[in-house]
Design a protein around this ligand. Structure first.
Ligand SMILES: *Cc1c(COP(=O)(O)O)cnc(C)c1O
Length: 411
């Protein structure tokens, strides 16, 4: 199944200019390039030191509560009637999702670099909350840029960020959502790059972020492989994870990339497969440039990033990480879609039969695993359960009710 030797993974790429094959790189203004080069250099030296490695290890254990367990979802597996489904419980990571894995790494790097402030944008607020948590832990200032529209929609996360001591900067130009928040945060960063550092929330953006965020997420794959082996004495047949920018997916895949294990990225199929109704970038995009890097991109007629939609706000991004783009071309990762209906079905079912309310993002991966389990009949599937669903409960029950039967009437 492995088409190429990944024995030196994850060190075999990106190359010195931040390319994963023809993807990635850095398409940014010169003044920003200077800062990115400094971050790259600092990361490459600092992250290899004993002090950095030891401190991060201690944080993982004592603050984040790692390792998170791998859980055999045997009631869910029985209901699907085929392969066995296992869940890597990133919902039990502190703050309830995998994002803290890279935010703590970025925060620790900032501390070692002598920075005083972490700056980022946030859409739904998940990255903002994780980064604000890291900032509080390290005693750093935190400035989160957020569109005014999102501030209203995601009020609980705004409250969390403020309680954690972050400054939430409302962005009032353009559509007042994520894209403008990115612009606003970059502007703020460029005003004071000496004292601040920009922290990206997934394996996207200019070099070194796709590499750095990936490296900080490899903990998920390292733990999973060992835990799964302890439980079963072998390897899973399939590992799957939802893909927005692709950080939780690359994290768990990294542990199995050189093993005879099928890796599947699950993208949001949304309402339909018409452009604008989904965010299945790797499945349906074409190479293009967004936010300073090259990747598979959903594009409109003019080649601009297309409007995207997903029931899970963490997945509605028109691009995808450069490493995913390369591994798709190499045939090492396969990309499939789960639509809104199947995702809701998985959300309700996992809650009811296993006592785990998943994030809507993660429910995409569970939905795919349920379908595949039925087809496979035997074997096993390990799913990265990237986060918990508390943030989605109100939305789901108000829009769709408390069961799939109720939801079917509204879909
Ligand atoms: C943000 C988020 C995602 C999507 O981000 P990736 O970088 O693709 O992992 C997935 N799941 C949860 C719970 C999230 O908060």
């Amino acid at each position: 199944m492995t088409t190429k030797d990944y024995a030196r993974y994850p060190h075999q790429y990106p190359d010195a200019s931040g390319h994963f094959g023809s993807y990635g790189g850095s398409y940014i203004p010169p003044e920003l390039q200077v800062e990115m080069d400094k971050i790259t250099k600092a990361y490459q030296t600092i992250s290899q030191t004993h002090r950095f490695i030891e401190e991060l290890r201690s944080i993982r254990k004592h603050f984040q509560g790692r390792p998170t367990p791998v859980f055999h979802a045997d009631r869910l597996s029985e209901m699907c009637g085929g392969a066995q489904i296992y869940l890597k419980r990133e919902d039990l990571n502190h703050t309830g999702a995998h994002k803290l894995n890279h935010c703590m790494g970025e925060g620790l790097l900032a501390k070692f670099m002598g920075k005083k402030k972490l700056i980022a944008e946030t859409g739904a607020g998940q990255h903002g909350v994780a980064l604000a948590t890291a900032a509080a832990y390290f005693g750093l200032e935190c400035e989160i840029h957020m569109g005014e529209v999102d501030i209203v929609k995601e009020a609980p996360n705004v409250t969390r960020m403020k309680l954690l001591g972050a400054t939430v900067v409302p962005v009032s130009f353009g559509l007042r959502t994520l894209k403008e928040a990115v612009d606003s945060a970059f502007q703020a960063y460029l005003k004071d790059p000496v004292n601040s550092i920009y922290c990206i929330g997934s394996v996207v953006g200019p070099h070194p972020f796709p590499m750095m965020v990936r490296d900080f997420q490899t903990i998920v794959g390292i733990e999973s492989k060992e835990q799964y082996f302890d439980m079963t004495g072998g390897l899973p047949d399939v590992v799957c994870a939802c893909v927005g920018g692709g950080s939780n997916a690359i994290g768990i895949f990294s542990g199995f990339i050189n093993d005879p294990v099928k890796l599947v990225g699950v993208e949001p199929g949304g309402r339909s497969l018409n452009l604008g109704d989904h965010a299945a970038t790797a499945a349906f995009g074409k190479p293009g440039i967004i936010h300073g890097f090259k990747c598979y991109l959903l594009q409109d007629q003019e080649g601009e990033p297309a409007p995207v939609y997903s029931i899970a706000s963490g997945l509605d991004y028109p691009g995808v990480g450069p490493e995913h783009s390369l591994l798709k071309d190499e045939g090492r990762i396969t990309y499939e879609v789960a639509d809104d209906a199947d995702t809701l079905d998985a959300f309700y079912l996992l809650s009811r039969v296993e006592g785990i309310i998943p994030a809507l993002e993660s429910a995409h991966a569970v939905a795919y695993a349920m379908k595949l389990a039925k087809e496979m009949e035997i074997g096993s599937i390990l799913v990265n359960l990237s986060g918990r669903g508390d943030k989605d409960m109100e939305f789901v029950t108000e829009e769709y009710g408390f069961s799939m039967d109720e939801a079917k009437k509204k879909l």
